[in-house]
Design a protein around this ligand. Structure first.
Ligand code: ATP
Ligand code: MG
Length: 287
C-alpha cells in the first residue's frame, strides 16, 4: 500500500483530527490504531494528544514527557509543538511515532485560553508550524470545547468516530455541523474525512444502527472497526495493535486499521482529496 521510502510525502503532510463530543466511542482507539498502521507502513507519524485524560499518551507508552502540549499551547509561539514532541515507547519496525503528550493540567489551560482577547482558537495551528511528519493525528477530548476547536483549526481533515448505538446519527450530525462552522471560518476548508463506525459487534442492534448510519451518510461512512478484546488490550498494554504477535484477533484488528488508513487515501495527494470531498459534501450535510 505505502512504500517504505516515504520521502515523497514530505510537504504533503496530512493532519487529521479525530473527533466526537460523545465520550468513550473510540476516538483514542482509532487514533492509536491509525498511528500503528501508518508507522508499520513506514510513515512518519506524530500524535497530538489534546485530551487532558491523556489516554493516547499512555497508549503510546509515554509516561514522563518533560514537556507537553499544555506547554506548547501556553506559549502562543509558532513551532512550539516541535519542542514538546517526544518519541513514543512503541517498538515499531522502521519508524517510531512521535507524541505531543498530554497532561491533566491541560484541563486548566482551556479556561485560560478562553480569556485571550485575540482569540485562541488557532493556537495549536500556529504551534504546529514546522511539524513535517507524513501524518499528524490529533486525538480530541469528548466535547466540542475550545481544545477540540483548536484541533479542528489545526487539521486539514476531521475523522468522526462513532459507535453503532442508539441515536449515533444525531451525535454525528452535531459534530459535522461544528466541522462545517469551523470550515467556514478558515482560509482553507476543513474536509470531513469520513465517519468510522467503531465497536461493530455481531448483535442485531449494532447492525441496525450501523445500517442507519450508512443510510444517512452513505459514502461518508469510511469503514468499520470491530469490537475485539485484542483492540482494548493493545491500548491497555500500551502496545501498537500491529504489535500483538499472534494474540487472537490481533491480525484481524490490524487489518481493519490498515484498511481504514488506506481509505483515507493519504497517497492520493491534496488535489485528489479535495475532489473527493466535494463529491461527499452533499452526503454529509444532507443527512
Ligand atoms: N473496537 C474496540 N474493541 C474493543 N474495545 C474497544 C474498541 N474501541 C474502543 N474500545 C474500548 O472502549 C473504551 C473507550 O475507548 P476510547 O478510549 O478509545 O474512547 P474515546 O472516544 O477516546 O473516549 P473519551 O471520549 O473518553 O476520550 C476503551 O476502554 C477502549 O479500549
Ligand atoms: Mg479518548
Amino acid at each position: 500500500m505505502f512504500p517504505t521510502g516515504h520521502l515523497h510525502y514530505r510537504g504533503d503532510m496530512a493532519v487529521i483530527a479525530v473527533v466526537n463530543q460523545k465520550g468513550g466511542v473510540g476516538k483514542t482507539t482509532v487514533a492509536l490504531g491509525l498511528a500503528s498502521a501508518a508507522a508499520h507502513a513506514g510513515l512518519r507519524v506524530a500524535v497530538v494528544d489534546l485530551d487532558p485524560q491523556a489516554n493516547a499518551t499512555s497508549g503510546l507508552a509515554v509516561w514522563d514527557a518533560p514537556s507537553t502540549i499544555d506547554d506548547a499551547l501556553a506559549e502562543d509561539r509558532s513551532g512550539a509543538v516541535l519542542s514538546v514532541l517526544v518519541r513514543s515507547g512503541w517498538e515499531t519496525p522502521s519508524v517510531v511515532p512521535d507524541v505531543a503528550a498530554s497532561t491533566p493540567r491541560l484541563a486548566q489551560r482551556e479556561p485560560q485560553l478562553a480569556t485571550d482577547p485575540v482569540g485562541a482558537q488557532d493556537r495549536l495551528r500556529i504551534a504546529m508550524q514546522g511539524v513535517d511528519h507524513d501524518l499528524v493525528i490529533i486525538d480530541c477530548p469528548p466535547s466540542l470545547s475550545l481544545l477540540t476547536v483548536n484541533g479542528l483549526f489545526a487539521a486539514d481533515r476531521a475523522l468522526v468516530v462513532t459507535e453503532p448505538s442508539a441515536w449515533a446519527s444525531d451525535g454525528v450530525e452535531q459534530v459535522t455541523r461544528t466541522i462545517e462552522r469551523i470550515s467556514a471560518r478558515r482560509p482553507q476548508p476543513l474536509e470531513l474525512a469520513g465517519i468510522v463506525v467503531n465497536r461493530l459487534g455481531r448483535t442485531r442492534d449494532a447492525r441496525y444502527w450501523h445500517a442507519q448510519l450508512v443510510d444517512t451518510y452513505a459514502d461518508g461512512v469510511l469503514g468499520t472497526i470491530s469490537q475485539r478484546a485484542a483492540v482494548a488490550e493493545a491500548s491497555a498494554q500500551s502496545l501498537p495493535v500491529h504489535g500483538l504477535g499472534n494474540r487472537a484477533g490481533g491480525a484481524e484488528a490490524a487489518a481493519e486499521f490498515d484498511a481504514l488508513l488506506a481509505s483515507l487515501r493519504l497517497d492520493a495527494g491534496r488535489g485528489a482529496r479535495s475532489g473527493q470531498s466535494e463529491g461527499r459534501e452533499g452526503v454529509v450535510t444532507g443527512g
